[in-house]
Design a protein around this ligand. Structure first.
Ligand SMILES: Nc1ncnc2c1ncn2[C@@H]1O[C@H](COP(=O)(O)OP(=O)(O)OP(=O)(O)O)[C@@H](O)[C@H]1O
Ligand SMILES: [Mg+2]
Length: 317
């Protein structure tokens, strides 16, 4: 029924292991001071709103998003709609936290509620309602299913997620849910924003921080979705893992006893005793082979991450 090519699995096992280890580390170590936790959560929420709305076409910058949310101001030259989108997404995140718990089980009513909040006061006639007509996605390699199938397909997807017949891990589940829901495209508008919220229920219920798809990755994101439309989840999994690792690192770096020593790859490889070149290490970073993350235009990793990867590879050979 759900076309999922799982050949990506072998290649990603190490990445999955690394992400679970990081989650474990977060959960097992001394809890961060409440103050620090609140700060991170607040700044992540703002980033989440900024990036998700920006992918959708909202033109507020990160800074403007922050000012609108924290200071309640309006930004000159930006439409009322864009301000609503900002506040709505922020309220939807609050709602998401309010329904979340360790035993959370995905329900269609929650997806509808999140959608309702996303489109509130903007497209009230569609907010929280499944579409009753056809839609097209610009640039997509397929046409979403007929409106009369939508309700059953959503139920089937939720059933698939909750029964997990393929024994997918939490990251795979969130990825498949993300893609399948936008493939069904249950709403006239707001599908992307709603799924970028609701997929995080699946990650956060088991202790992961939210995965935030970055505006800068928009092109990659659409390519990954097109690939997934053909059953190939390679790119989509990579994108989700990178998004998740970024937020995991934000929490880990805030821990008082963290010994992460991330540096720009260009700095690491230009040290006199460097064993590997820029191109090789960058490739490992981009493909998720080593523990690395991108900040702005630069990739960061640590010498330890490179050593670990090389040691692992030797063992395998
Ligand atoms: N090629 C594709 N295949 C499947 N889904 C796609 C494809 N291209 C885009 N999408 C999904 O459709 C969403 C756009 O749908 P829609 O306009 O209803 O959502 P939105 O929240 O208003 O906007 P956006 O997601 O752009 O934020 C994208 O975010 C993406 O998740
Ligand atoms: Mg839209």
């Amino acid at each position: 029924m759900w076309n999922i090519d799982m050949t990506y699995r072998e290649e990603f096992q190490e990445v999955f292991d690394r992400l679970y280890e990081k989650k474990q580390l977060l959960q097992s170590s001394r809890p961060l001071p409440t103050m620090a936790l609140n700060k991170i959560r607040e700044s992540l929420s703002i980033e989440w709103t900024y990036n998700s709305n920006s992918i959708e076409g909202n033109t507020l910058s990160l800074r403007e998003t922050q000012m609108v949310l924290q200071e309640g101001i309006t930004v000159k030259g930006k439409s009322l709609r864009e301000h609503f989108e900002t506040h709505n997404h922020d309220k939807a995140i609050d709602y998401l936290f309010s329904i979340l718990n360790d035993n959370y089980i995905l329900r269609s009513i929650d997806i509808l509620s999140l959608h309702g909040l996303v489109l509130r006061s903007i497209e009230d006639e569609f907010a929280g309602r499944l579409r009753n007509g056809g839609v097209r996605i610009t640039g997509a390699n397929f046409v979403p299913p007929n409106a009369n199938k939508v309700s059953d397909l959503v139920d089937e997807l939720i059933q698939f997620i909750n029964t997990n017949p393929l024994q997918l891990n939490d990251i795979e589940l969130a990825t498949v849910f993300h893609h399948k829901l936008v493939w069904i495209h249950p709403f006239f508008d707001g599908n992307g924003r709603t799924v970028r919220l609701s997929m995080n229920l699946l990650l956060m219920r088991c202790g992961f921080p939210p995965a935030i798809i970055l505006k800068n990755d928009r092109k990659k994101y659409y390519e990954a979705l097109n690939q997934a439309n053909n059953g190939n989840y390679q790119k989509m999994i990579l994108l989700m893992c990178q998004a998740l690792e970024r937020t995991l690192n934000i929490y880990l770096n805030a821990m008082p006893d963290n010994d992460n020593d991330y540096q720009k790859i260009s700095d690491i490889v230009s040290e006199p005793d460097a064993l590997y070149g820029q191109e090789y290490i960058s490739l490992l970073a981009r493909t998720g082979k080593i523990d690395a993350y991108k900040e702005g235009r630069n990739w960061y990793t640590s010498k330890l991450a490179i050593e670990n990867y090389m040691a692992n590879r030797k063992r395998k050979r």
